[in-house]
Design a protein around this ligand. Sequence first.
Ligand code: ANZ
Length: 956
Amino acid sequence: MSSHQILQFRSDPFVVSPCCLRICPKVSPKPSLPFQWRRSHHAGVRSSTKKKTQCNLKNETPATETAKRVYPFHEIEPKWQRYWEDNRTFRTPDDVDTSKPKFYVLDMFPYPSGAGLHVGHPLGYTATDILARLRRMQGYNVLHPMGWDAFGLPAEQYAIETGTHPKTTTLKNIDRFRLQLKSLGFSYDWDRELSTTEPDYYKWTQWIFLQLYKRGLAYQAEVPVNWCPALGTVLANEEVVDGVSERGGHPVIRKPMRQWMLKITAYADRLLEDLDELEWPESIKEMQRNWIGRSEGAELDFTVLDGEGQETDKGITVYTTRPDTLFGATYMVVAPEHHLLSYFVTPEQKQQVEEYKDFASRKSDLERTELQKEKTGVFTGCYAKNPANGDAIPIWVADYVLASYGTGAIMAVPAHDTRDNEFALKYNIPIKWVVRNEASSSDEVYPGVGIIENSSSVETGLDINQLSSKEAALKVIEWAERTGNGKKKVNYKLRDWLFARQRYWGEPIPILILDESGETIAVSESELPLTLPELNDFTPTGTGEPPLSKAVSWVNTVDPATGKPAKRETSTMPQWAGSCWYYLRFMDPKNPEALVDKEKEKYWSPVDVYVGGAEHAVLHLLYSRFWHKVLYDIGVVSTKEPFKCVINQGIILGEVQYTAWKDQEGNYVSADTEERLNEYQQVTIPEDKVMKSGDHFVLKEDASIRLIPRAYKMSKSRGNVVNPDDVVLEYGADSLRLYEMFMGPFRDSKTWNTSGIEGVHRFLARTWRLVIGSPQPDGSFKDGTVVTDDEPTLEQLRSLHKCIAKVTEEIESTRFNTGISGMMEFVNAAYKWNNQPRGIIEPFVLLLSPYAPHMAEELWSRLGHSSSLAYESFPKANPDYLKETTIVLPVQINGKTRGTIEVEEGCSDDEAFSLASQDKKLEKYLDGQSIKKRIYVPGKILNVILNKSNVKVTTK
Ligand code: ANZ
C-alpha cells in the first residue's frame, strides 16, 4: 500500500503519486521479444527436474512426464487468437438487445510502460476475463473493454533523455502491451480500445474540466509544490526521496506556486455517505472514510497578548476535536506557515523563528507528521490568553502542526495529547490533567475520554467539572458560541485536489488568461479538443514555468469573445484526470457529440465489477467517484456511484529466496544461533541446495545451518522479475492463466513458483489427452477426439454435475483457485472411466473455457462444432445428480452381520455383491467360497448364504 495512508493529516494532494492505473511492481528485466510465437519446436517441453506440485494429479515418473505433458498449445493458441480477432468474437455491438441483462466488468487500465506487461497484470485480467466469459455464456450482454492510461512522467523523462517524442514512445508501448494482452487470450472488445492521450478522448476530459470550472469547482490558489532550484523544475512527489531530487540528489524545497485546484471537499459528505451502499470490501471503504477524515469539534479563539500581558486585537483560532480539554491547554502551536506568525513573533525570537521556518520548508508533510519523529519547535516570544480561565500561555511554532489542516494552529493539551505531551516534556512546558477515568494515571498522558476535573473559572463563568467528556465538549461549544469565543465546526482531512502539473505530457487545461487583467476565461466547448502543441525540446525551463510555455505561438492567443490578447494555461492536468472517467467512454467510445450517449449510459451503468491493485483503493477511486457525482449532478450519468463492486487482487511476490550467512572465514552461520546476523555476509542459496527440516529450511550439505526463506516484491534490482512472455513461450497462455488463478485466493498476496506452473500445465495436458487420446509414437496427436456417443452412466453424470456446481459457484464468488480444483477432481475421476461420452465431455469443455479458452475452443471444434463456444450456454448443474445418494448396506454371511459396504442407493444385486467381495473385512469370508444363495433387499441388506461344506469355522 502506498505510504500515504499513514499520513496523520491529509497533506495537500500533490504529495501523492500520480495515478497511472499500473500494477506495482511494474518492471521487467528482459527486453522483451516481439510477441508472437517465436519458437516452432515443442515450446511446451522443458527438460525439467523440478519437483511435483499439488496439482500433479497422477504419480507420473519424470521420464514419461516430459512426453506426456506436451500438448500443442503453441499451435492452438495463436490459431484461436486469430480466429477471435478475425471474427471479432468479443465485440459488444452498439445496438445490444437491452431487454437482456448486462454485465460490465472492467480492469483498471494499465499505464503502458516501456517494460511491458508484468506477471501482476494478468492476475486481475484473467479474473475479469473468466467473469466476462462466464456471463456471456449465461446470456448476459457483456462489456469488457481495455484501454491505456497513457499520459505521464516516464515517457516525458525518456523524451528529455533521448529526444524521442512522448507520443512515439507511448504508441510503441501501447502496441507492445496490446500484443501481449492478445497473446493471453483475453476476451476484450478491442473495437472499444481507447487511450487517454488521444485528442478524441481528452476532448471530453477537458470538457469535464470546463463543467467543473463553470460550477466553481475548479479554481486557482497558491499552494506549496516541490521545487528543485538546481534542476530548475517542479518535481512530482515520487521524484523526491528524503528531501532531495531522485535524479542528482539536489535539495528540494516546498515553494508556493499558483496552481489549479479542484474542490473535492465540496463533495466530502456525499463521498462519505454514499460509501454505505457500495458492495466494496469493508477495508477499502474504511480507507476512503479515513482519507476523507470527517471530524467534529470546535473552532476556539485565543487572544494574543502584548509584552505587558495586555490583550491585543489579534486572535488565533484553533481547531480542536476535544473542547472538553480546554482548561488543560498550557501552550499553543502555530504551523511555520501560519499567516499571522510574523505579526506576533517578538524581535528577540525573530531570527530563530525564521531559521525554523526555513528548516521546516525542507520537509514533506508526511515527514512532519510522522509520530515517531522527534518533535521540534521554537518559542515565538509571545503569549495568548486561554479563553476558559484567562491564563497566559506561550505560543510556539512547530512543524508537527500543518498549515493545511484545521486552522493551522492548535491549543496544545500535553496531559491528553501524545504529541503535545512529547513536546511539553522536551521544552519544559507545564502539563495539566483535566480528564480522568480509571485507566488514567496521574503523570502519564491520557488521550481517552472520562470525567472532567480542574476545569472551572469564576472569572469566565465556565465550569465543566464532573461532566463527562461528551457533555463538557457540548457545554464548552455552547459557552463559546454564547460569549463569542468560538463555534462548532466539522473538519475534513480531505484537501482540495491539486490539479496541475508543470509537465508536457498531459492534457492541456482549456483556460485562457487575459494579458491585461489576469482574468481566467474558459476555452469554448466548441473549440475542444485543445490539442497539445508539438514540442521538440522537453527539458525544464529552469524557472518553474511549465515546458508548454516554450510553445510560444500556441501560448499567445486572443480571447475570441473580445479579441483581447491572452495566454493559454501552460500547466497540464495530472495523470489522475484521464482515469477518472474512462469507464464511461467505454460505453460509447466513438461518440463525437457527447461524452457518452444517455441511453447507453443508462443501460451499462454502473460498472458491475471493477478489478485492480490495492494501491488505488483510495485516490483513484475517490477522484473518479467525485467526478462521477459532478456528472450526476449535471445529468450526464444516471447513477450516483460509478463502481458497484470493487475487488483488489493480491500482489504477486517473487519466487522465495533463501538467505544464509557466512562469517569472516567463509563458514556458514545458522540463522537461529547468532543474534547479530547483520554483522555477517549474506548469501542467497539456490533452491536445489535447500531442504526442509521440520518447520525450517536448512542447507542440504549441512542440515544444522538454518536459512531464512523470504519472498520479495519483484524488482529489477533483486533480479526476481518474471516476464509473462517467457512463461507463455514455455508453457502457453492457458497455463499462465490457470496458474495465476491457482496460486491462491485471488485477493491474497502470493509468491511466484515456477514448479506451480508445471503442475497446472500437466493438468491441461492430461485434459487434452483425456479428450484427444494419447500421442502417437512421433509425439503428435490424431485429429478428432476419443469421445463416444455412449449414454453417460449415473456415475459420470454425477461427476460432471458436481463439477458444474462447483466451478459455477466458485467463479461467482471469485474463488477461482478452488474452481480449478473442482475441474482437477473431475479429470481425475474421468481417467478411471473406460469411455468418455460426449454428453459428459462437451459440458466439461464449456466449463473449462473461461479459464483455458484456447484449449477449450480447440476441443470444442474437434468435437465437431463449427463456431466459437464463447456464446454457448454455460452448463447448469442438475440438482438430481448432486444429491448424496450412497447408503451404508449391512452385509451378512449366513445370516450373521459381518460388515458394511457403501453403495449407491439403487445399485443392483451384482454391484452390491461385487463391492462386498472387494471389501477388506468381508473378503476373508467370501474368498474362494462357493455361494449357495444371495438375498438382497435393496437399501436394506445383503445376505450371502455359503455352501455348508465350505463354511470356515472362525473361533474367537
Ligand atoms: C486539543 C486536543 C486535546 C486535541 C486532546 C486532541 C487531543 P482530528 O481528530 O484528526 O481531526 N490539530 C488540529 N489542527 C491541527 C493541525 N493543523 N496540525 C496538527 N494537529 C492539529 O484531529 C484534530 C486534533 O488534532 C485537534 O484536537 C488538534 O489537537 C490537532 F486531548 O486539540 B486537539
